[in-house]
Design a protein around this ligand. Structure first.
Ligand SMILES: [Zn+2]
Length: 85
């Protein structure tokens, strides 16, 4: 019996230029990169978006966009956002 190892996705914040996107999901490396210049609402939205991609590679971009909008809106209205540390 195989032991299903729970993978921890690492989130890295940096300025994305070459990528021409606010976020990138690297499936093979379990890494999400997010542009560090994003303000709080688009940051939450982009994080949800890339989390959906990395959770299920077979989701289409339009499905991810639709789910992103719904989930990010729910989380935002419940007060979830990145805190300044
Ligand atoms: Zn996407």
């Amino acid at each position: 019996m195989s032991k299903a190892k729970k993978k921890k996705i690492k989130v890295i914040y940096r300025k994305l230029a070459r990528e021409k996107a606010w976020g990138v999901a690297w499936h093979d490396h379990d890494i999400i990169e997010i542009d560090s210049r994003l303000s709080k609402k688009p940051l939450l939205s982009t994080l949800v978006h890339e989390s959906l991609h990395i959770s299920n590679q077979s989701l289409s971009e339009s499905t991810v966009l639709r789910m992103e909008k719904i989930i990010a809106d729910i989380l935002w209205r419940q007060g979830y956002r990145k805190v300044d540390q």
